[in-house]
Ligand binder design. Structure first.
Ligand code: ZN
Ligand code: ZN
Length: 348
């Protein structure tokens, strides 16, 4: 089979390789769609793989090709989505059900072979059924959708809240849709690319702000007086993190969801806001809860089935595995526009 394998930072190749062998209580999934995660980009371009020649990719859906499930629940032919985290289920944090914080985990596509390939081996504990009426491409986006819900839970969106979301990548778009599901009164989507703001409008944002063309903090305060009740940052940008703190109203709740590769720099006014407005800033990591992989995952699939989550337009590129090395190189260019890049491994 074909697989996208990472050797060194920037050295990613399409290799011909053997089908993965499956152990007891694992299935072989024929991958129908696998998305590029924001975390794959620095991994492929700058940090490299956990071991040389690792198959990348962890946001995927497909069909079970072969099953060694001993429970009888999972059989060949079933449509599935799989969570990428393989927790130890033993450590203190797993025992408490906080699998994202596991101290001895494995991870498809970063620590063991992932799904930018025609086939991937997956433990049955990680499987969720993908209903017939949810497309494979949507199924491959349950991971970012579940990340959005997990982050929103940390910041706690209540009915009637005003919500501002920084970063209109896929997680931000799902966060817009989830804020609407929670009954937010108004949802503001903020990004620095107009193409992404168009998607935010499609996702249901009431107001969109281009953070380069106007000051988003000023715009939020003009719209809502002192600020909004809930702010999520899905961008991980230090500029947006500072703006997120400045956008929060008294007793506002801020969720930091986007992975940052930088130091946090808060202005004097932002620090003042944290104190005088008694703000809460909550970190969010990944998407898992009890029972594994978590309601974040089950709800995402349910909302997709109900048509409240996901839109075709969230996918900016549909590619074959052969086009993999080229697209990762293009991602080095910061001005290159993309939303979700989706590999369709059965197409070549
Ligand atoms: Zn991911
Ligand atoms: Zn654990």
């Amino acid at each position: 089979m074909k697989a996208l394998k990472l050797y060194d930072p920037g050295d990613i190749r399409v290799d011909e390789t053997d089908l993965p062998a499956i152990k007891e209580d694992e299935v072989l999934v024929k991958v129908m769609a696998c998305g590029v995660c924001g975390s794959d980009i620095p991994r492929v371009l700058h940090y490299g793989a956990y071991r040389k020649g690792l198959t990348v990719g962890h946001e995927f859906s497909g069909v079970i090709a072969e099953s060694r499930d001993t429970s009888g629940k999972w059989q060949a032919g079933q449509r599935v989505v799989a969570a990428p985290l393989i927790p130890c289920f033993q450590c203190e944090w797993c025992q408490k059900g906080h699998y994202s914080l596991c101290e001895d985990y494995n991870y498809l596509g970063s620590r063991c072979d992932g799904a930018m390939a025609e086939y991937v081996a997956v433990p049955t504990d990680n499987l969720l059924e993908l209903p017939e009426d949810v497309p494979f491409e949507a199924g491959a986006m349950v991971d970012p959708a579940a990340n959005a819900i997990h982050g929103a839970w940390k910041a706690k969106i209540n009915q009637g809240d005003t919500v501002a979301i920084y970063g209109m990548g896929p997680i931000g778009l799902f966060a817009v849709q989830y804020a609407k599901i929670c009954g937010a009164a108004k949802v503001v989507g903020i990004d620095i690319m107009d193409e992404k703001l168009e998607l935010a409008q499609k996702a249901g944002a009431d107001v969109v702000i281009n953070g380069i063309k106007e000051d988003p903090v000023k715009a939020v305060r003009e719209l809502f007086g002192a600020g909004v009740q809930v702010v999520l940052d899905t961008s991980g940008s230090k500029i947006a993190q500072n703006q997120a703190v400045l956008s929060a109203a008294k007793h506002g709740r801020i969720g930091f969801v986007g992975i940052s590769h930088d130091k946090l720099e808060l202005s004097k006014e932002a620090v003042n806001n944290i104190l005088r407005r008694e703000l809460m800033i909550h970190g969010s990591w990944n998407s898992f809860s009890q029972p594994f992989p978590g309601d974040e995952w089950r709800l995402s699939i349910k909302y997709m089935q109900e048509g409240k989550f996901w839109d075709q337009s969230f996918i900016s590129h549909r590619l074959t595995l052969n086009e993999g090395p080229d697209i990762f190189n293009k991602l080095n260019d910061k001005s290159f526009y993309f939303s979700k890049i989706m590999f369709l491994p059965q197409e070549g």
